[in-house]
Design a protein around this ligand. Structure first.
Ligand code: CP3
Length: 348
């Protein structure tokens, strides 16, 4: 079934007068209605595994801002959680995965069925798709194998890229084995989301930045290629969006991959460069610095206008260069949507 959706048409390669809009991390703590449901649910994991609540949270930003796409409410760390690393979130400390993964775990994890324990997530997809208007798309997602591997190895967020690179040089075989396992599981997970009703899928490679090229190629580009190609083969109708954060000019490597329908650009990337080097290969998504949405006002609008102008004649999805943060005033998000839908500065 092809949905009559501006978002999906853009992913299919059509430029639109006014681009479709959604925001990474559009559901979350900056919304009072999210905070209310979150406190009712107890823990973040309880929220992710309760299809009624997770579906409600997925729909909250669509109700408030009438966005063109909803993104499934879940987390990239649910795969390690169901593989056997207990996931928890400490206040102001970020995620914790316990215990950290060891070389011997990979074979054991390979035998684990992740689809059965993740069934509540697929039920969230079914419920959300049933409630969404037909012209609104539902995006499924997963973390890219490299990004998920960094959390599995560190037992949480690791901000020091040098340590990440050390793992690669110290025990490359183990790292590549782990990435191979995650690649396999991620394909199964995304196909199950698609079969439950996801119209498109996005892979978040939040920690791809700062890797030397041969390493980036091995741990990020090739695994994402395998995932995109596997989805293209198994579910050819479903577009795949890749968000390799922080990779600079190497974004062209992702844009040219078979099975890639759009590349998300981060806030550090020059949009003029992206227009010149990526748009010929694939649709482009995002770019605007989320901190400009915290700031709001004319600065935000002027910066958004740059993206509208540069990408007006090529397939472009309006989004940010990373996720919305908890300190974002919801009114600024609303003002940004109105600005884009109003056609930018020319109508002001
Ligand atoms: O609208 C949406 O995008 C909601 C679905 C979603 C969440 N996480 C919910 C969430 C998505 C797409 C993600 C992706 C995600 N999760 C990424 C990739 C995107 C990025 O930001 O780089 C990463 C790296 C994670 C891992 C993760 N989950 C971290 C580091 C944290 C803690 C930091 C934080 O923002 O609190 C989470 C928790 C998390 N995931 C929250 C939400 C709404 C906050 C949890 C809470 O309510 O307490």
């Amino acid at each position: 079934m092809t949905r009559d959706s501006l978002f999906l048409k853009t992913l299919a390669g059509k430029a639109a007068a006014i681009p479709p809009i959604w925001f990474m991390r559009q559901a979350g703590r900056y919304l009072p209605e999210y905070r209310e449901l979150r406190s009712k649910a107890g823990s973040f994991l309880d929220l992710c595994f309760d299809p009624a609540l997770a579906s409600e949270v997925t729909l909250q930003p669509i109700r408030r801002f009438d966005l063109d796409a909803a993104i499934l409410f879940a987390d990239i760390l649910l795969i390690p959680h169901v593989l056997g690393q207990q996931l928890s979130f400490q206040e102001n400390e970020g995620p914790k995965l316990d215990p950290v993964i060891r070389p011997g775990d990979v074979d054991r994890f390979r035998q684990r069925d992740i689809l059965e324990p993740l069934e509540p997530v697929f039920e969230t997809v079914r419920r959300t798709r049933a409630e969404l208007a037909p012209e609104k798309a539902l995006i499924g997602f997963a973390g890219a194998p490299w990004t998920v591997a960094t959390y599995m190895l560190a037992g949480g967020s690791l901000r020091d890229m040098a340590v990440l690179r050390q793992w690669h040089y110290r025990d490359e075989a183990f790292l590549l084995e782990l990435i191979d396992l995650l690649t396999e599981k991620t394909v199964d997970y995304l196909i199950a989301q698609i079969d439950a009703g996801a119209d498109a899928v996005q892979l978040f490679d939040s920690w791809a930045g700062g890797l030397p090229w041969p390493v980036l190629d091995k741990v990020s580009v090739r695994p994402l290629e395998r995932i995109a190609m596997a989805i293209e083969k198994a579910r050819p109708e479903t577009p795949v969006i890749l968000f390799p954060k922080g990779v600079g000019e190497k974004a062209t490597e992702y844009a040219c991959l078979g099975g890639c329908d759009a590349v998300g650009i981060d806030y550090a990337m020059d949009p003029t460069w992206a227009r010149a080097h990526l748009s010929g290969h694939t649709a482009v998504q995002g770019g605007l610095d989320p901190m400009l949405v915290v700031a709001g006002g004319e600065r935000m609008e002027k910066a958004a206008e740059i993206y509208l102008k540069l990408f007006h004649d090529v397939p472009y999805i309006f989004n940010l260069g990373h996720g919305l943060t908890p300190d974002t005033p919801p009114e600024h998000v609303g003002a940004l949507v109105d600005f884009i839908r109003g056609g930018g500065l020319k109508t002001k």
